[in-house]
Design a protein around this ligand. Structure first.
Ligand code: AMP
Length: 421
């Protein structure tokens, strides 16, 4: 779990703002659900035999409730959708979220126990058009933040009937090879052979290399949907590869699945930037009506690793450097007046030497340094030093806040934006 210090937070703000804008351009509105949900929500929706549920959840009992700190956002969003009977209010719902998720995984670069996801969930539209639009949303977002080195992998898992037939085909394939599988996969063979396909254990990878593909077993309706998704992706001009081995680690998916992987950069084996898919049965499984859905989540830390741009910090418009007791108290009031006018101000209350204060103003990147000496205040003036234009001048103390605010804000980007950057 990471501390995110202020110099990094600026980049987070940029990423979050870009995601909000992008999601809202696609008609999504933000939803905020609790960090804690009933443990059984994840067990039932993600699947009892998945790695996340078996090994990675932070679960505990408190006040008689079995609770889990959310490992992902989809199940909570679907629970909220059902609980608030949103289907009765609108035919199609588009929600996005941003926030921390928790999985007790072995930490590595790009893999943390608390990590942040940005995701979208769309309820109420079964058609292939919105599958392609969802994939395009993700690819378009990556381009928006300047990430170009990625590949979109797509696959279909079919609907429930197809999945049942696929399960039998996988059992027939793996049962004679049971001894060659990892312990986890031997245990999961009967209950959930699909999970063997996303095991990273070399023994499972070997046994799965010639396993049947679900794409060969799709029924007519699944096949029509799948063809529709690929056609719409072509219409949108989204490059993709069909990846028959893509299953993603959760049980709730139906039909379209996708994952976006970085093809350059420092992420190594943690190259998955995001992924998602259709989950047409979850809403009904939670006691709601039969409402199809599709969604995805991206890992924010991984996106930040791929994004260009230096860390930076908000700069004060004015740095106030008082010399002496009278100056300090006058500076206190001036700082308040400036902030009321929308200027970011830092007041140096340490009572140190002017040189040290100027150095500090410079290192913070302040536009103006205001020197308030006792003698100047007696004469009714203050000195201002423009740290960018390198000029110094004296202005009347009376009305100084207005003059300083005009100067400091004049240089801030975007005109109306408050405080220099
Ligand atoms: P998932 O639905 O599990 O594929 O997660 C979606 C995305 O979240 C992944 O593609 C990663 O970018 C990110 N992610 C998942 N687990 C972690 C983790 N433990 N640490 C950092 N990012 C993660």
């Amino acid at each position: 779990m990471n501390d995110i210090l202020p110099e990094e937070v600026e980049r987070w703000h940029k990423l979050e703002a870009a995601f909000r804008l992008h999601a809202e351009l696609h008609g999504y509105a933000e939803v905020r659900t609790p960090l804690l949900e009933p443990t059984e929500l994840f067990q039932h929706q993600m699947g009892e035999t998945t790695d996340v549920v078996e090994k990675e959840m932070y679960s505990f009992e408190r006040h008689g409730d079995q609770l889990t700190v959310r490992p992902e956002g989809t199940a909570g969003a679907a629970r909220a959708y059902v609980e608030h009977a949103v289907h009765a209010k609108e035919p199609v719902t588009r929600w996005y979220y941003l926030g921390p998720m928790f999985r007790g995984e072995r930490p590595a670069k790009g893999r943390y126990r608390q990590f942040y996801q940005a995701g979208c969930e769309l309820f109420g539209d079964p058609g292939p058009l919105c599958d392609a639009e969802t994939i395009d949303l993700v690819a378009g977002f990556l381009h928006r933040i300047g990430v170009a080195d990625f590949v979109v992998h797509v696959n279909s898992l079919g609907s429930a009937g197809t999945r049942a037939r696929y399960r039998e085909a996988l059992l027939a394939h793996f049962a004679p090879r049971k001894d060659k599988l990892s312990e986890d996969s031997q245990r999961r063979l009967e209950r959930n052979p699909l999970r063997i396909l996303d095991s990273k254990d070399p023994r499972d990878v070997e046994a799965a290399s010639d396993a049947p593909s679900i794409l060969d077993l799709l029924d007519d309706a699944d096949q029509a949907h799948w063809a529709g998704v690929l056609r719409c992706l072509d219409v949108l001009g989204v490059p993709y590869v069909v990846d028959r081995s893509l299953v993603r680690g959760l049980d709730y998916y139906t039909r379209t699945l996708f994952e976006v992987k970085a093809t350059a950069g420092e992420l190594g084996s943690q190259s998955a930037l995001g992924g998602g898919g259709r989950y047409d049965n979850m809403v009904a499984g939670l006691g709601g009506p039969s409402v199809p859905a599709i969604g995805f989540a991206m890992g924010m830390e991984r996106l930040l690793t791929m994004m260009q741009g230096e860390a930076s910090r908000r700069r004060p418009g004015c740095y106030l450097a008082p010399l002496g007791q009278v100056g300090a108290e006058r500076a206190l009031l001036l700082a308040k007046q400036l902030r009321d006018l929308g200027v970011a101000v830092e007041l140096d209350g340490r009572g140190g030497r002017l040189k040290a204060m100027l150095r500090r103003a410079d290192s913070l990147g302040a536009r103006l340094c205001v020197i308030l000496g006792d003698a100047e205040i007696e004469r009714g003036v203050v000195q201002i030093k423009d740290l960018v234009a390198h000029v110094q001048e004296e202005i009347p103390l009376e009305g100084a806040a207005r003059v300083l605010a005009d100067r400091a804000l004049e240089f801030s980007p975007g005109g109306g934006q408050r405080g220099a950057r």
